[in-house]
Ligand binder design. Structure first.
Ligand code: PEP
Ligand code: MG
Length: 756
């Protein structure tokens, strides 16, 4: 492999000279690409700039056909260059033409080049273009070459951002973005938000790139790191954080990262290479993002956004900007647009000014989404290109129901959504009025509507929604937002807080349901599994690692001293698992009583019905447990062999079908026969039409997201339940397994004016 001619420091020095010379913008660009090609011993170096119409235009090239400059273009997402721009990540290929995204542009004459290295031109997280080098031979570019190109890309980003290149655009074509754009992503949290864009990362724009004196910069870095560590310690000792479990856990993770030696070493290296401290932070962060490209583990990726968060905090320290300034400049209807984001960062924004959240990345289980949901923020994720397309202050609409984002919407779209928001507000008011009415059907059957929760931030919803209690407290969420296993004291503190907030209403704590897609990065025992949903998870895992379960049970028993404690086991497959868990509970009770602790007044142990094999053990199960709760999300996935997270098949089979309804009815009947209370806590409980079906087959208690309680209650107050029960009985009787239950329910609702 050939060596590069001079390395990044030399190249940076040359670029600095070029920036200072009196050249016109095109000349300057031409010199820059030539200089890069020479320095990296590449035959080609080209720069593509992203236009407002989402096209990437060739702005300068060394090595490709010069006649193609300002003519060759690719769509965002098209070809290798478009892929880099859309993903904001580099591509390093020894044989570019074999890559599935390769697109040949005849005007450039690039067919003779095999190896290809392209990096995004990023400024504060936003893609402005793509910088590419190519070689004839098949070679793999070294890590330091990727670094050098990324560093140069930062300089070019600065030229684009300062408008230096705007003079090169053809008339009628804009570099800045002004047209309306609609984008589709995944709905992560329902609700509609209208407001103005606040780009999450551009809070910090690094403009001083080259250092004059590495020693001075190293000192600046050290000082900033010290104050960063102090500020995290400070936040940890704040009263509100000290009492709120998940905030604290996230911040403790940051404290750990802030002391990460590898991170600090990489920052120092970048400074030695000629960057300022702030440019070094940005550079190391881009590298980490690039490396993240190869990670498929969502939890490791989640750790990366914690690092991102930390890097931003460090930049703020270096550039002397505090988080308080942010609150002041925030519009009162802010919609945060981010590539990805740490959970603690979202909590930094004043909630009352937030109207929504748009993420280019994120998954339903990522920390940021968990927290967004907990604070009731309309959220759409996986919106490709959102950051590149948006500008601070742009009008924007987030539709968390359809997963739509409308940027700079036209007047009619905006009006339609404003109406939607007004309609929702009216409905919300109606639900509030309903809140204090008894929860019973039109014909007088009382029903318990419970809510699902998992974080301390969920708790105020208990009073706001009028829920009868917490039917499912997902204790694993505390584990998921932490950097290490929460200590028994932290667990106890959270459980106590939950029980205090419930103030006598019933709370069902589910023991940790980890494994499957809920991987804890700090849990060393887990290995890669071929089929994690069917793997070592939930009760299987905690029975194999009884220390984990024992600690949690101890925390629960202590927190519930003097009151009732309800615990529920996830993913039970055999009744014997309940017996084993009960033994652990009994042992802990004996232990605590020996040491004189105040014990719960009553202790109830329940099982979730999520694994089909339990359907053939219902008799024994009902006699063994104090209650059961159907986890319809998992039960449906296993009954129909349909991955619950796979959007391609998500709507293929309907839970409101004869077979699934028959299964659920069988569970209710078994519970009735043995006097064992039965409830259901999956997503089915939260939609009025499916909640209606559940009541129709005999459920009298269901648990759902807090926002669903109003709509479900509105439905049930109008519901003539005994008539519906007859209709359902008839439909599930022997005639046909393909009866359209959904249509039947709609028809029933229409005839009886039940709002669905
Ligand atoms: C379920 O499976 O229906 C359930 C409530 O548990 P989770 O969604 O947490 O798996
Ligand atoms: Mg489940």
């Amino acid at each position: 492999m050939r060596d590069s001619a001079g390395g990044p420091r030399v190249l940076l020095r040359r670029l600095r000279e070029l920036m200072a010379e009196a050249l016109d913008p095109q000349e300057r660009l031409d010199h820059i690409v030539r200089e890069i090609a020479q320095n990296m011993v590449a035959e080609v170096c080209s720069l593509y700039v992203l236009r407002a119409d989402s096209m990437l235009e060739l702005y300068a090239t060394e090595g490709l056909n010069p006649g193609a400059v300002h003519l060759a273009q690719l769509r965002l997402g098209q070809g290798l260059v478009g892929t880099i721009a859309a993903s904001a990540r580099p591509l390093n290929l020894s044989d570019a033409q074999k890559h599935p995204a390769f697109t040949y542009l005849p005007e450039t004459g690039e067919e003779v080049y095999h190896s290809f290295l392209g990096v995004p031109v990023l400024r504060a997280g936003r893609t402005l273009g793509v910088l590419v080098v190519q070689n004839r031979t098949m070679r793999h570019y070294r890590e330091d070459e990727v670094e050098a190109l990324e560093t140069v890309a930062m300089v070019i980003a600065e030229m684009i951002a300062t408008g230096d290149l705007a003079r090169l655009t053809r008339p009628g074509i804009d570099l800045d973005l002004s047209r309306p754009v609609s984008m589709t992503g995944l709905p992560f949290n329902e609700g509609v938000g209208l407001g103005h864009v606040v780009l999450h990362e551009p809070r910090i724009v690094v403009t001083a790139l080259f250092n004059e004196d590495s020693e001075v910069e190293l000192e600046r870095l050290e000082t900033a790191l010290d104050s960063l560590r102090l500020s995290i310690d400070d936040m940890l000792s704040r009263r509100d954080v000290a009492f709120e479990g998940e905030h604290r856990a996230v911040l403790e993770a940051y404290r750990m990262f802030a002391n990460d030696r590898g991170w600090v070493r990489r920052l120092q290296e970048a400074i030695h290479n000629g960057l300022t401290a702030e440019a070094a932070v940005e550079k190391v962060q881009s590298d980490m993002r690039a490396r993240m490209m190869h990670m498929t583990d969502p939890y490791l990726r989640e750790r990366m956004s914690d690092f991102d968060d930390l890097a931003n905090r460090l930049l703020r320290q270096l550039m002397g900007r505090g988080a308080d300034a942010l609150a002041e400049i925030l519009p009162k209807d802010a919609i945060i647009v981010a590539r990805s984001m740490g959970a603690a960062e979202l909590l930094d924004y004043p909630r009352q000014k937030l109207r929504g959240l748009v993420l280019e990345e994120g998954a339903p289980t990522s920390h940021i989404v968990i927290v967004a949901r907990a604070i009731g923020l309309p959220t759409v994720g996986q919106v490709k290109g959102a950051v590149s397309m948006s500008e601070n202050g742009d009008a924007i609409i987030v539709d968390g129901e359809d997963g739509q984002v409308h940027l700079r919407p036209q007047a009619d779209v905006e009006e339609a959504y404003a109406e939607k928001v007004r309609f929702r507000a009216r409905r919300q008011k109606l639900y509030q009025e309903l809140r204090d009415r008894p929860t019973e059907t039109k014909d007088g059957t009382p029903v318990d509507l419970m809510m699902n929760a998992g974080l301390a931030v969920d708790l105020p919803q208990l009073a706001q929604s009028g829920a009868a209690g917490i039917g499912l407290f997902r204790t694993e969420l505390q584990f998921m937002v932490a950097a290490a296993f929460p200590r028994v004291e932290a667990q106890e503190r959270l459980y106590r807080e939950v029980l205090d907030a419930a103030d006598g209403k019933s709370v069902t704590f589910r023991t940790i349901d980890i494994g499957g897609d809920k991987v804890l990065p700090y849990f060393k025992g887990a290995q890669h599994e071929e089929n994690p949903a069917l793997g070592w998870r939930a009760i299987r895992l905690t029975l194999d690692r009884p220390g984990l379960l024992r600690t949690q049970i101890r925390a629960l028993l202590k927190a519930a001293g003097g009151r009732e404690l309800r615990m529920m086991l996830p993913m039970v497959t055999e009744v014997s698992e309940v017996r084993q868990a009960r033994e652990i509970v009994d042992r802990e009770v004996r232990h605590l009583s020996r040491f004189g602790y105040l014990l719960p007044t009553r202790l109830k142990l329940g099982a979730m019905i999520e694994v089909p094999s339990l359907l053939w053990q219902l008799e024994e199960l009902m006699q063994t447990v104090d209650f059961v709760s159907v986890g319809s999300n998992d039960l449906f996935q296993f009954v129909t062999a349909t991955d619950r997270g796979n959007t391609r098949i998500a709507d293929r089979f309907d839970p409101l079908s004869v077979p699934f309804m028959r299964i659920l009815r069988q569970i209710v009947r078994a519970g009735d026969e043995h006097g064992t209370p039965v409830t259901l806590c999956g997503e089915l409980a939260g939609r009025p039409i499916s909640a209606m079906a559940l009541l129709g087959i005999g459920f009298r208690s269901i648990s759902m997201a807090p926002a669903a309680i109003g709509p479900v209650k509105a439905m049930l107050c109008e519901l003539p339940l005994s008539d519906l029960a007859i209709v359902m009985e008839e439909a599930l009787a022997n005639h046909s397994a393909s009866t359209d239950i959904r249509a039947l329910l709609r028809d029933f609702a229409n005839r009886h004016t039940v709002a669905l």
